[in-house]
Design a protein around this ligand. Structure first.
Ligand code: SF4
Ligand code: SF4
Length: 63
């Protein structure tokens, strides 16, 4: 599994330095490389708009 960044992302950049795996890259929205993400949740903790979500959670909510 992996985290994913939704379209709610406002490209603030807060999550980028928090990822211990270097899995996040800049963009609009920012993106997470699922092959590197270890589901640590650090990005979700700092995101001001709650755009970092576990992929399974997104499926469960139909987004
Ligand atoms: S959950 Fe952790 S490893 Fe995955 S993108 Fe967020 S900070 Fe990086
Ligand atoms: S912290 Fe949230 S809003 Fe900011 S760049 Fe990362 S995903 Fe986007």
């Amino acid at each position: 599994m992996a985290y994913n960044i939704t379209d709610d992302c406002v490209s603030c950049g807060a999550c980028l330095p928090e990822c211990p795996e270097g899995a996040i890259s800049e963009g609009n929205p920012y993106m997470i490389n699922p092959r590197l993400c270890t589901d640590c949740g650090a990005c979700a903790e700092v995101c001001p708009v709650d755009a970092c979500k576990p992929i399974l959670e997104r499926l469960a909510h139909g987004s």
